[in-house]
Design a protein around this ligand. Structure first.
Ligand code: ZN
Length: 456
């Protein structure tokens, strides 16, 4: 359950489950398409059920096209005696992702334009891709590059770049209302741990935990490649977007940086308010940053034609830690406590989003008599007096214009107690939830001006 994941002990157990999944996913060579993605989803499916979508090469996704599918079996640079000097089988970062097939004998001078290394970090292999530009290359430790002789070398990339599919998957937890929320995490990086195995693993354990709840919103956890994956999903789900009340992009959740929430483009959506509410709490010591059109898939969700209520939770930002996009972003970089703290923070933000709703007082002329309904002096988790105050605040503010989160903020009463009071008042027929739930006044306006119309 999500509420459980907000405790330290349960979040540490969930972090262990996430770490075990990451260890299984780490060796797989993933890219934006191909068997590596499917094998990764097979592992995610051991944690939470998935519905998969395969989109054929050449299909349109707005201004983009689904690329050819890339698969790789082997790649190396060898001397003429057959000794492998750079070997894909040793580390899948050695090959530039989407490298076209190669089988040539070359001198070092001919090879140099195809080599990538980090002079400042001579022991680390860089991560490079060439998705939309037909090319090939090898990434290697700078110290190994410096040790290469003049050649000639056997240079082999045994890959396919052919018509196929782009694969994404969704784990859907059905809610009790027609509102929806999404969690998106990219699945396209090869053996890199913080970026992006932490995002995949945390999304998987959260989806699994939420399955034991009966959430208010339908939560859709989407596992897809960066950029082209979110574009592909958006292009096939435009009719669903008007029901979207909140959403998070997840990634980089296991390093030592503070939990960081990057606001949506609008900056005042339910997701932004929920994250601000949670991260203001001492136990998270979180950081809030403003939107910028750089980063992960929030770029697509927050493009002006969608302008969705979606923010991002990470720890260090992209390129915010030295190991980013290198072989040093391996499992040893991941801190169990950081991962557990991220799980607590994301579970808390999701919980706030899910319980929040707009409510209307059905007996607004004077205070309704609480005693005859058994609500006065009733003991709540925080004692009778605290619950009574929460009941009075909810009744007073429930004119239909405010949601529970706004009531918690104004009354300075914790949201869980406000929610408990609202629940008791609903059971006593003094309060009614509005069908579209909470959100901000201009939710999804870019897509459908009717989206913010609540039905009571
Ligand atoms: Zn990345």
């Amino acid at each position: 359950m999500l509420s459980e994941l907000q405790t330290v002990s349960a979040s540490l157990r969930a972090a262990d489950e996430a770490l075990a999944l990451m260890a299984k996913m780490y060796p797989i060579c993933r890219s934006i398409t191909g068997e590596g993605v499917r094998r990764t989803l097979d592992l995610v499916e051991q944690v939470t059920p998935l519905e998969r979508t395969e989109i054929p090469t050449g299909s349109a996704a707005f201004d983009w096209e689904i690329p050819r599918e890339w698969n790789i079996r082997d790649a190396y640079i060898a001397d003429l005696e057959g000794r492998r000097l750079v070997d894909f089988r040793q580390h899948n970062l050695h090959v530039v992702s989407y490298s076209v097939p190669v089988n040539r004998t070359m001198t070092l001078d001919e090879l140099q334009p195809h080599l990538h290394s980090l002079p400042d970090q001579p022991d680390w292999i860089p991560y490079r891709t060439s998705y939309y530009n037909e090319n090939w290359g090898f990434c290697l430790r700078h110290k190994d590059r410096e040790a290469l002789a003049a050649g000639p070398f056997r240079v082999v990339v045994d890959s396919d770049l052919a018509a196929g599919h782009l694969t994404y998957a969704e784990s859907v937890v059905q809610g009790s209302t027609d509102g929806e929320a999404i969690v998106y995490t990219h699945t396209c990086h090869p053996s890199l741990a913080n970026d992006n195995l932490t995002g995949i693993a945390v999304a998987a354990v959260l989806a699994s935990a939420l399955r034991h709840d009966r959430p208010r919103l339908t939560w859709r956890f989407i596992f897809g490649p960066g950029t082209i994956g979110s574009l592909a999903w958006l292009s096939r789900n435009e009719d669903r977007l008007q029901r979207l009340q909140a959403g998070l992009v997840l990634g980089l959740l296991g390093d030592a940086g503070p939990v960081t929430y990057k606001r949506s483009r609008r900056g005042d959506t339910l997701t932004d308010r929920a994250a601000a509410y949670v991260l203001a709490h001492d136990s998270h010591r979180g950081v809030l940053t403003d939107f910028e059109p750089y980063g992960y898939d929030e770029r697509q969700f927050c493009s002006p034609g969608f302008d969705l209520p979606i923010g991002r939770i990470t720890r260090s930002s992209n390129a915010g830690y030295p190991e980013y996009h290198t072989s040093a972003d391996d499992l040893s970089l991941i801190k169990r406590e950081s991962l557990a703290g991220s799980i607590r923070a994301v579970a808390s933000v999701m919980s706030v989003i899910d319980v929040n709703r707009r409510v209307v007082n059905l007996s607004p002329k004077g205070e309704p008599q609480l005693g005859k309904r058994g609500l006065y002096g009733k003991v709540g988790g925080a004692g009778p007096r605290a619950l009574e105050q929460a009941l009075l605040w909810v009744l007073n503010l429930a004119d239909g214009s405010q949601d529970l989160l706004a009531m918690a903020e104004r009354s300075k009463i914790p949201l869980d107690l406000i929610e408990q009071a609202a629940h008791a008042l609903e059971n006593a027929a003094l309060l009614k939830s509005m069908a579209c739930g909470p959100g901000t006044s201009n939710q999804s306006l870019a897509i459908n001006p009717k989206a913010s119309t609540c039905r009571s």
